[in-house]
Design a protein around this ligand. Sequence first.
Ligand code: UGA
Length: 445
Amino acid sequence: MRLTVIGTGYLGATHAAAMAELGFEVLGVDVDPAKIEALGRGELPFYEPGLPELLRKHTASGRLRFTTSMEKAGAFGDVHFIAVGTPQKAGEAAADMTYVDAAVAGIAAAATRDSLIVGKSTVPVGSARRLKEIAEEYAPAGIHLDFAWNPEFLREGFAVEDTLRPDRLVVGTDSRTADQTLRRVYASALTRGTPYISTDFETAELVKVAANAFLATKISFINAFAEVTETVGGDIQTLADAIGHDARIGRRFLNAGVGFGGGCLPKDIRALQARIGELGLDKTMRFLNEVDEINMRRRDRVVFLAEQLLGDLADKRIAVLGTSFKPDSDDVRDSPALDIAGRLYGGGAEVLVYDPKANENSAKRFPRLTYVDSIEEAVQDVDVVLLLTEWQEFKDMKPGDLEAFVGSRQIVDGRNVLDRVDWENAGWTFRGLGLKVPEVVSART
Ligand code: UGA
């Protein structure tokens, strides 16, 4: 069986390399010639742990190749995976389906034999049925195209592991042949006992957005309680630990902080609300509006804490540690950390930024921030240090590591990863998300 993967971003490039690792002949397809050339040379245009090795291994073995030609893809593949992006439409909450529509029409028109088209992108419910019709419309006469929806649950930073060893497989289709073909594609996972959920198109589409909406809600849930502990006192981490011991709740995705970002959770909850609204169920997903707003308020809180510590942002020097939306990624799409850095700059501060992998992507969006290559350079003479993405090297920081460099001993832990007591004992003013700001002792006695 020969596979194509159309769209070679985080999802597609990982899927293509992982399928080659499983032993398939794979052709990756993208409209961006520069990206295709780089991938063909075994070079990954973004950061994802473990993926460069897999890419090099299989471009070298010849099992994984890349092209910009849909014709070649149509002639090559028995199964075509659609992995192009569905970004948020400019100025709207809904997902932009232009790329998925074009990919399905393109590969259907290019098919030279009966084959299977499998959607992996995150799409509004109802899309698979519509796309199946597009495929049928564009298929050359006499060619039969089966259709399936097989959402992807990989996390950036763990993309290879999640693709090679998924915790579940979900396949929505109306074709027995499609289902059997995908069982063969995923045979190694099935042999290990990975749950395989065979269902209809709508359920498969909804599983994906339901999972992301649930995760976003879980994060905003704990962040709402962070707003409470910021007011009444208390310890948000202990609260999360304590409720997390209840197996029905679970501790994961209960870390309060600057909130969720990235190319998935924020746009998926907005697109879900938009789609469900279109279906006439205006109230059904309204709570996701709150989830989004709680999330955005976390950024306001960090700016507030910085302003409170500095009095006024104008002409202050601020260190921002971390701008990627999460550690082990160079992705800055909808990154809370980068948004905060930009706002501080907008308030008149000089912002020194260090991210282990995301400086380059950040500079494309916010060229006026000052990008440096180490913690030491970032904290040089600053009035406050903000830890906004929990890279390991920031989690490992000790007060003594920074004291020779900073202008003032003030730190805001945006991710609840530092030991407050250590920093306070070393004479630092420490602020955290979920942490009540101590009463300012009046100078008048
Ligand atoms: C997310 C989902 O976790 C994947 O299952 C899904 O496949 C993917 O979206 C997608 O739709 O493609 P990802 O965007 O890579 O994956 O990132 P997550 O690990 O989910 O983190 C999302 C955001 O939530 C990050 O900004 C992270 O810092 C934040 N987060 C996470 C918290 O603020 N608190 C937590 O406790 C956990």
